[in-house]
Design a protein around this ligand. Structure first.
Ligand SMILES: NC(=O)c1ccc[n+]([C@@H]2O[C@H](COP(=O)([O-])OP(=O)(O)OC[C@H]3O[C@@H](n4cnc5c(N)ncnc54)[C@H](OP(=O)(O)O)[C@@H]3O)[C@@H](O)[C@H]2O)c1
Length: 246
């Protein structure tokens, strides 16, 4: 009998993490769902009970760095290993420079950079113990440039992107796959307050594309790949005066 793959998702309570859980469940994956709220995790597990092959839930705040490894190991024990770890938990705040937002800036670094990297570190360690695995990190098109009023979000996503690139190169001779997905605008609470959300796709559509790309084990893709692969090239060279209006 073949067992379906097991996937762990951080920040599974809302947004893309929640939608990814539904997408993976429909495809027969076994799920380790982690997030800050036990109540939200239990509700999600109940929603998925009918469709998912198996669901385990564990409370995990990715800024409680020392707990990430033990929680991941506990999930692996319950599911007999983890094939995929999706480093998804993230925050985005409007943080215009020099306006007293250092508390939000530090929180963004803690979650999007330190928390994401701590999760990836624990995943690579687990993959080495179990003989392989697939690390998936969610960066952003905002990693391409310093987006005005969102400088720290851009900085953390650019940092995560470079880190994932380095891990991919370091592990190239090991049975470890590293995927970076860089979404444009997928409709979640993260971006609903933004004045412009170009090329917006629904969370259902966005996460369907993400799971297809994960299954293909791509190294890097924008989400959705079209038109963002082209737009990204333009964005890299967009004059500051136009970027200021975004
Ligand atoms: N939506 C987009 O268009 C878009 C574009 C580019 C990149 N992304 C990235 O995709 C990922 C998911 O974003 P989203 O759109 O789904 O955002 P979202 O709807 O705001 O959901 C964020 C998720 O992260 C969780 N989270 C926040 N802080 C956490 C912490 N300290 N520990 C554990 N979980 C935490 C939240 O849990 P709580 O319920 O506990 O707050 C929530 O489940 C993020 O990394 C984001 O930067 C999204």
């Amino acid at each position: 009998m073949t067992t379906s793959k097991a996937v762990l998702i951080t920040g599974a309570t809302r947004g893309l993490g929640n939608n990814l859980a539904h997408q993976f469940a429909r495809r027969g994956y076994r799920l380790a769902l982690t997030g800050r709220s036990r109540e939200d995790l239990d509700r999600l597990a109940a929603e998925l009970a009918a469709s998912a092959a198996e669901v385990v839930v564990e409370v995990l705040d990715v800024t409680a760095f020392d707990t990430i490894g033990p929680v991941m190991q506990a999930c692996a024990r319950q599911l007999g290993g983890l094939d995929i770890v999706v480093v998804n938990a993230g925050v985005a705040f409007t943080t215009p420079a020099g306006k007293g937002h250092f508390d939000l800036i530090r929180q963004t670094i803690d979650v999007n950079l330190s928390g994401a990297i701590a999760t990836a570190e624990a995943a690579v360690e687990l993959f080495r113990q179990q003989g392989g695995g697939h690390l998936v990190g969610i960066s952003s098109v905002a990693a391409l440039r310093g987006f005005p009023r969102n400088g720290i979000y851009s900085a953390t996503k650019a940092g995560l992107s470079r880190y994932l690139e380095a891990v991919r190169i370091e592990t190239r001779r090991e049975p470890i796959v590293v995927t970076e997905l860089a979404p444009g605008y997928i409709d979640t609470e993260l971006n609903r307050s933004l004045p412009n959300r170009p090329f917006l796709v629904t969370a259902e559509k966005g996460t369907q594309i993400m799971v297809e790309l994960i299954e293909k084990q791509v190294h890097f893709r924008y989400v959705p790949p079209w038109p963002w692969t082209l737009v990204a090239q333009l964005l890299k060279h967009l004059p500051d005066s136009l970027l200021a209006k975004m």
